[in-house]
Design a protein around this ligand. Sequence first.
Ligand code: ATP
Ligand code: MG
Length: 266
Amino acid sequence: MQVVERLSTGIPDFDKLIDGGIPRNFLVAVTGEPGTGKTIFSIQFTAQGIKDGDLCIYVTTEESRDSIIKQAEQFGIDFSSAVKAKKLLLIDALMGLEDPWSLRSLEIEELLNKVIEAKKALGYGRSRLVIDSLSAFWLDKPAMARRYSYLVKKVLTKWDFTILAVSQYAITTSDAFGFGLEHIADGIIRFRRFIRGGVLRRYILIEKMRQTPHSLVMHEITALDGKGLVILGPAKERMEDIVLPTTVTKKVLKAKNEKEMEISPE
Ligand SMILES: Nc1ncnc2c1ncn2[C@@H]1O[C@H](COP(=O)(O)OP(=O)(O)OP(=O)(O)O)[C@@H](O)[C@H]1O
Ligand SMILES: [Mg+2]
């Protein structure tokens, strides 16, 4: 049997859910509502790449490079040194025309050209690419999602990238935003959020990972200062997910008792 080469995500407990990591040269969609952990996950994936000797490119369309560096710092990740050492290249869309590592427009051709240029600047070798977010490139033309995603996969995996493509998820526009990418992607990592007992809880679910016997269970996650994302445990085994509210339990018991009385001979 051919062994699949896998890249660690930088979150050991998450790697365990996907048989060790993301297969090399995959394009994986990272999707979810605002504030659910997509960028933190992408930062940790990049940091692991730097550790493993992979060449890394991080494209940020909604935040500045500085904001990504500062966010990484909070989890003990030093992106500035990696940039200086030419192990990491940060590309943003906010710096203006004069900066060589700033996108001049949110056009897909501009993205592809800039990433290839960045890859040439970094050199040969196994590489990781984060596009945070790819959905920014079809914001004003959602019908292009599928074609653009296909183009990114076709062109960039040839350059030995394993790619995380972040897509923002809006329930009202899920077709337009997510699904074009999600069909093309080799994997889908879905972040979710719910309010339980007045507390915001975040979850992660692997909805697809080709060539991988992966977990089908939603796991609760949290972001810890100084550490990053951690997996708290499977959602289905957590009491608050399985225990019914007492009012419901009482009603069920009452119904059960009444039924038993009906069938009892007395
Ligand atoms: N240092 C920290 N310690 C603990 N939690 C943090 C820290 N920094 C950020 N967070 C948490 O992470 C959240 C942001 O996560 P992240 O940036 O990954 O979201 P996202 O899914 O990328 O959202 P968006 O779609 O808006 O970009 C914050 O709202 C906060 O709850
Ligand atoms: Mg983000």
